[in-house]
Design a protein around this ligand. Structure first.
Ligand SMILES: O=C(O)CCC(=O)C(=O)O
Length: 382
């Protein structure tokens, strides 16, 4: 889709996973090819650990480096050949002696445009139910991951990450309209929590959620719940699978996010004077956002006023809750004659600047980057 079409055809592939890595990958590729042939999605998402049985004893043996390992090479190739965005579920990733549970995202040119390492490791012990301790072998990721898919911001989380509403809220604050969670819930927590969590994240944040599971295999060490689904910004399940291998495609109408956010305007009604949800520390986003281009096009096309500028993705809406935006708006309000067009260079600088130091008061910094940003803003130059 284009940024203005506001519809995205999104495919979900729920896959059975066995012990043979090559067969698992080939099975995924067959599913992708079938789906493209039948329904022509723009994006396809795969489940967690689609190339490896889900279990701590398997992660080391099946792990690969990203992006030059076997599975990544194939994902890159198929994304390019089929001209799709591919959210490649997860694979165990080997890096510098550590292993991560990692989602890769591929563009229609076969480029790696995002890499999310599971942030919250799945360590639970339910009496009479499931016990799992990913932290015995896996390391946790420390970064949020957003990708730009045809102008739509998509935030990535992995399975247990879906339980942490702060993470979803931060994605929402940064302008995401879709959250994708490759997952593999189990027979203890799946029936109770999988749908509840997917719908909660969608409803809390008024965006689409794609929860993409592996299919159930009763003979596996870890038996997955299945039931992949897409939930819309009202919290309604738009389509879903049962426990078996399968696929479906949903045309996501992105105008729904705006409608819901207008009709139930919770994002403006938060009492941020008495609480907040904000990311901390240095946070290196996967910066494949292409956001400056969008900003430039949008700004040039429409013209802007100080209260309408959205630094994050160039969408001209007052509904800006991201930290960059709040800071910039605050600063612009203080200016006597705010610039109509925010220079592209400033946006890049501002983004890296805010990432390096969360919650700055822009005007109070006097380091070189800030000075440059302020100078750009004042001159209104590109
Ligand atoms: O949160 C749960 O109940 C399941 C999580 C899980 O299976 C995972 O993180 O892989």
């Amino acid at each position: 889709m284009t940024a203005l079409a506001r519809s995205l055809r999104f495919g979900v592939l729920q896959l059975k996973v066995g012990k043979n890595k090559r067969e698992n990958v080939e099975n995924a590729i067959r599913g992708i090819l079938n789906m493209v042939k039948e329904s022509k999605p723009r994006v396809i998402a795969l489940p967690e650990c689609f190339n490896c049985p889900y279990g701590t004893k398997y992660f080391g043996e099946y792990s690969e480096s990203i992006p030059d390992g076997y599975t990544c090479q194939i994902l890159s190739h198929v994304a390019k050949e089929q001209g799709i965005y591919l959210i490649g579920g997860t694979i165990p990733e080997k890096d510098n002696g550590a292993i991560y549970n990692t989602c890769t995202v591929w563009s229609p040119t076969g480029d790696l445009i995002g890499k999310h390492r599971k942030m919250h490791l799945f360590d639970i012990d339910i009496v009479g139910g499931v016990r799992f301790k990913e932290s015995e072998v896996l390391s946790a990721g420390n970064d949020f991951t957003m990708v730009n898919i045809d102008g739509v911001k998509v935030g990535i989380g992995i399975c247990y990450d879906i339980r942490f509403e702060e993470m979803a809220r931060i994605y929402r604050n940064e302008g995401c309209e879709i959250l994708v969670y490759p997952g593999a819930f189990n027979m203890s927590t799946g029936p109770l929590h999988w749908e509840l969590l997917a719908r909660s994240r969608a409803n809390d944040n008024q965006l689409f959620v794609a929860a993409v599971s592996v299919a159930r295999d009763e003979s596996a060490d870890y038996i997955a719940w299945g039931h992949s689904m897409i939930v819309d910004p009202w919290g309604k399940v738009v389509d879903r699978l049962n426990e078996k291998e399968g696929l479906f495609v949903v045309d996501m109408d992105l105008s729904l996010t705006e409608k819901v956010r207008q009709q139930i305007p919770t994002s403006f009604q938060r009492r941020t004077d008495i609480y907040s949800t904000e990311r901390k520390g240095k946070c290196s986003w996967n910066l494949h956002m292409n956001r400056t281009k969008v900003c430039k096009q949008e700004n040039t096309r429409k013209g802007i006023s100080d209260s309408e500028v959205n630094l994050v993705d160039g969408r001209l809406t007052k509904e800006n809750t991201g930290p960059e935006m709040r800071e910039l708006q605050h600063y612009l309000r203080e200016m006597k004659d705010p610039p109509r067009i925010i220079p592209i260079r400033s946006i890049i600088n501002m983004t890296s600047f805010v990432e390096a130091r969360p919650h700055p008061t822009l005007a109070s910094y006097d380091d070189p980057i800030t000075a440059e940003v302020l100078e750009d803003l004042e001159n209104g130059s590109e």
